[in-house]
Write a protein that binds this ligand. Structure first.
Ligand code: ATP
Length: 942
């Protein structure tokens, strides 16, 4: 990809299109705006579609080259450097050494060495496949977030994919936009950008359109660059470099892939796995020493100790964990919630407060003006949506109000296309004003021509005003048009329009306007006021422009609540999650909407406004937030939102925050879970958030919380499942040692067959369990709660003890039933082979029932439905089938030294399995009896 005008001195240009070079006397930043157009072969109407596609062919797409990925085989080999893998590799090497040194060679040791090696390879394959597929999923999900920008093409404002930008394109920039190419500003109104990605300095820097004498474009104040963001203001800029030719492209190093960050949960599990591996080594080594000291031969004792170690290490755990998290991410994507960080999945589950926006998240963001107020009278407006179908009752007195408000707007109406109805490009509030103006038969083309816009002071959620300055071609002089929140705008007004006359705005008239605005707000309408001022000269500052205004009237618009929201709100309530609405809107509007979506249900919610928040100190705010009352934060700016989030967190809450604007970024970053809007939000907000809602709806947050909770619960389920059988593997071995039995009740090969054969699939199926019906009827988990809580350990110790009882009983029962003295047993004694087959089968059958038992934490599995997870049943049956094969198939018998089991044997094993299930049922019943609701300390059993 090339930079336009690459052959000319810095940033200068020949015409990038047809190749007919136009000599440009100076670099792009030193030209006056009009000359930049010529230099880049562009026009104030933008490129034509034909020019754009010609240039795309010549310059290619506006994309950065993909980073070089680490070679696939190197990424595969990296799997073997993990601690687990290293321990097992050493174990395999030692076993092979034992085989090689011992005369005559013991084939069993060779088999074991190969099996352990097989485990390492299998784990590496699963780990690699998971990493690879998680990466692919992440890429696919990222691609779902729209990357578009607004350009003028064929004289029309259009939204195009950023990849299709070409040199000479005229880009329209607004606060919150990510800049998609290197551009030279040709029009700028209060533009502030964040150049941090390029320069590292995080302070906002101002930009303007005038020519400068800076040598490099990077230093020039009239250029904006790819990768940076517009924090405030608006403007137009001409693209002069795209893709790799941009400043960002130049510094963009072709790095090896960034190491994937582990989430706290993954780290906790990894640390636990290391501890378990350490414990396994210690126990193994101690047993080796004890037995060797008492005269046992070294090599068989070593093989025995190895068996203990292998029994204790949860080989399948890392793979199962990443699968469970990946499944959570995929399920959330299906519900329109895109998780950018795996970490968010777990945090979501512990969310205690959601601070939500109103427009778009709780409402449909389909604004329709339904009431206009001017000169003391309300004028209803008919029709719904963005089609200009409907009418204004008695439109004459409100035409000037609508004309001024519409001229002070940047949105554009797009006609219906195909199945889609008419759409708004830009702010929907402004779109609704344009539609109302059309319904009142205001000719906007004529109005715009008679009052061309000179400057704009963009809308800003702190000021809650927007103003534009126009030339008055008919009356001479200049016009200032202002629209914004009535309370804010009134403070800037000195006069009010009464049937075409400017009247002094007395206190009584002010009260009349406020009462009219309140009446509209009480109906749940978003209310805007519009004002105008005539001046002989262009005002120099924003303050000057927005002073001494004449109020023209009020505009009330309806934004219906989303249908699915009240159900989602109720579900959050029953899940113990508090919802705080944070809005820039009027308190009465906010309360009306909050009631409709069930956020407010009592008669006395606390309605806090931004200005009153400013007067509160931290202690008072903390006290207010810790109270139980329903809370609405109105007339709030993003800074207020930020303060509330910080105060909630200081009070120990886990806070999810939604946001869409550029200034929401700090609150989104600061929140435990920042949630940005995918459809209506700005690029800056999406960048700062951990989760992006593709359809902007609050209901998706609730669904994501539910999934987050269930992922966490599922992880606990398979941890209990995996650890309890490790205990059942270890206990018979220890029991045999202390009982003085010379052989192991379970060989290392058998342990591996259980851990990696019959156990992995049920663990995966547990990780994929759908949310339990009670997931959203319990309080959020405490922040202090650890994954390995005492309750979790108690649970697997309990299940492990019951399983151990079965395993020891069946083994020693077979040994004793044979009547052979301990000392005469060898590996080839048929009774011994039957006994070890029984031990293995007792664990496999026990795990079948264990998988069913751990599916619910307190509820009876019989109520949840024994057969309700067919995948788990299938996985359990696969394990049983594998065990049967090991018992009956001669080749496997030869490898595992096993013997065929009789029907009576199976009946006994199943009786022990049922005992496990019933014991766990009794424990759950006891828990339910002891505390009918979930006490906090029992979190781990959830
Ligand atoms: P919500 O919670 O509904 O999403 P918000 O927090 O985004 O609202 P803002 O967009 O900051 O609220 O709007 C606050 C007030 O500013 C609105 O009630 C309205 O009166 C006014 N307002 C909104 N958009 C504009 C605009 N484009 N021009 C002028 N005033 C506006």
């Amino acid at each position: 990809m090339r930079r336009a005008g690459e052959e000319a001195p810095p940033h200068g240009g020949r015409e990038p299109g047809g190749g007919t070079a136009t000599a440009v006397p100076a670099p792009v930043q030193s030209l006056p705006p009009q000359e930049v157009f010529a230099a880049l072969g562009a026009s104030p109407r933008g490129l034509s579609s034909a020019q754009a596609s010609d240039r795309q062919r010549e310059f290619g797409r506006n994309e950065l080259p993909r980073p070089r990925r680490r070679r696939i085989w190197r990424r595969f080999l990296a799997q073997f450097t993990d601690l687990f893998a290293l321990v097992l590799l050493v174990a395999s090497g030692l076993t092979f050494l034992a085989y090689a040194l011992q005369e005559p060679h013991q084939v069993g040791n060779l088999q074991l060495a190969i099996a352990i090696l097989g485990v390492v390879v299998l784990n590496a394959v699963i780990g690699f496949a998971q990493e690879y597929s998680a990466e692919r999923t992440a890429q696919a999900l990222q691609a779902m977030v729209p990357h578009t920008c607004r350009v003028l093409r064929d004289g029309q404002r259009q939204e195009v994919p950023t990849g299709s930008l070409v040199p000479g394109d005229l880009v329209v920039l607004e606060a919150g936009d990510a800049v998609s190419a290197d551009c030279r500003l040709v029009e700028a109104h209060g533009v502030l950008v964040n150049n941090a990605p390029l320069t590292g300095e995080s302070a906002a820097v101002g930009r303007m359109a005038d020519a400068t004498h800076e040598e490099t474009a990077l230093r020039a104040r009239n250029c904006v660059f790819m990768g940076t963001t517009v924090l405030a203001g608006s403007g137009k800029a001409l693209v002069y470099a795209i893709g790799a030719a941009t400043e960002f492209g130049r510094i963009f190093r072709l790095t090896d892939d960034v190491p994937q960050q582990k989430t706290p949960l993954q780290r906790e599990v990894a640390a636990m796995a290391r501890r378990v591996a350490g414990l396994a080594l210690t126990i193994g080594a101690t047993l080796l020493l004890v037995r060797w000291q008492t005269g046992a031969p070294l090599v068989p004792t070593f093989v025995f100790a190895l068996g203990v170690m292998v029994a204790l290490v949860p080989e399948g755990l890392p793979a199962t964990l990443s699968v469970a998290l990946a499944i959570g991410v995929r399920r959330m994507a299906r519900r329109q919630a895109l998780i950018k960080q795996l970490l968010a999945v777990e945090t979501l589950g512990s969310t205690t407060v959601i601070c939500t926006d109103k427009t778009g998240t709780l409402t449909q963001a389909e604004m329709t003006v339904t009431r206009l107020w001017a000169n003391g009278t309300v004028h209803p407006v008919t029709g719904v949506g963005y089609a200009p179908v409907g009418s204004v009752r008695d439109p004459e007195p409100v035409r000037e109000l609508l004309r001024v408000a519409a001229l002070c707007s940047n949105a554009r109406l797009l006609p219906a296309s195909g199945a889609d109805g008419p759409r708004v490009l830009g702010d929907t509030t402004e779109g609704a004003i344009l539609v109302a103006a059309a319904k009142a038969e205001v000719d906007m083309a004529v109005s715009a021509a008679s009052a061309p816009r000179l400057t704009e002071f963009p809308f800003d959620p702190v000021r809650k005003l927007m103003s534009t300055i126009h030339q008055d071609t008919e009356g001479g002089g200049y016009l200032v048009h202002v629209k914004g929140a009535p309370q804010e705008l009134l403070r800037h007004c000195t006069h009010i329009d009464r049937a075409g006359d400017d009247r002094l705005l007395t206190d009584r008239l002010r009260e009349e306007v406020t009462a009219a605005a309140d009446a509209l707000a009480r109906q749940g309408l978003r209310v805007l006021a519009a004002a105008r001022r005539r001046t002989p000269a262009v005002p120099e500052t924003q303050e000057e422009a927005e002073s001494q205004l004449t109020l023209l009237g009020l505009i009330g618009m309806l934004d219906p609540p989303r249908e699915e929201v009240s159900r989602a709100v109720r579900s959050c309530r029953s899940a113990g999650i508090r919802i705080i609405m944070v809005t820039g809107d009027h308190p009465l509007t906010a309360e009306a909407i909050a009631r409709r979506v069930a956020i407010v249900t009592t008669s006395d919610p606390v309605v806090l406004t931004g200005p009153s928040l400013d007067r509160m100190d931290a202690a008072a705010l903390g006290a207010l937030l810790s109270g139980p009352s329903e809370l609405l934060l109105c007339r709030a700016s993003p800074e207020h939102k930020m303060r509330v989030v910080a105060a909630l967190q200081a009070g120990g809450e886990v806070v999810a925050v939604t946001g869409d604007g550029a200034n929401d970024a700090p609150a989104l970053k600061h929140a435990d879970i920042g949630v940005a809007m995918g459809a209506g939000g700005t690029d800056v907000a999406r960048e700062a958030a951990a989760m992006v809602l593709l359809d902007d709806s609050f209901a998706a947050i609730t669904a994501a919380v539910e999934l987050g909770r269930s992922v966490y619960r599922n992880i606990r389920k398979f941890l209990v499942y995996l650890f309890s059988h490790n205990i059942a593997e270890l206990t018979p071995i220890l029991a045999a040692t202390f009982a003085g039995f010379p052989l192991v009740p379970l060989t290392a090969l058998q342990v591996l067959a259980i851990d990696l054969g019959s156990d992995v699939l049920p663990a995966l199926a547990l990780g994929a369990e759908p949310p339990e019906p009670d997931t959203m009827t319990q309080p959020p988990r405490s922040r202090r709660e650890r994954l390995f809580s005492a309750a979790l350990v108690r649970r697997f110790l309990f299940l492990g003890a019951v399983q151990s009882l079965g395993a020891c009983t069946v083994f020693f029962w077979h040994i004793h039933a044979s009547g052979i003295p301990y000392a005469e047993f060898t590996a080839d004694t048929p009774a011994y082979q039957e006994a070890i087959t029984m031990t293995q089968a007792s664990i496999v059958v026990g795990q079948f029932f264990n998988a069913l038992a751990v599916r619910t934490d307190r509820q009876s599995v019989f109520r949840a439905g024994l057969l309700s997870n067919p995948r788990l049943l299938a996985a359990g049956c696969f394990g049983l089938g594998l065990m049967a094969a090991i018992s009956y198939a001669p080749p496997l018998q030869a490898v595992f030294h096993t013997a065929p089991l009789s029907l009576v044997d199976w009946a006994i094993l199943f009786a022990f399995g049922l005992l496990l299930l019933l014991a766990e049922e009794a424990r759950k019943a006891w828990l339910r009896h002891r505390s009918p609701r979930y006490p906090a300390h029992e979190g781990a059993l959830r």
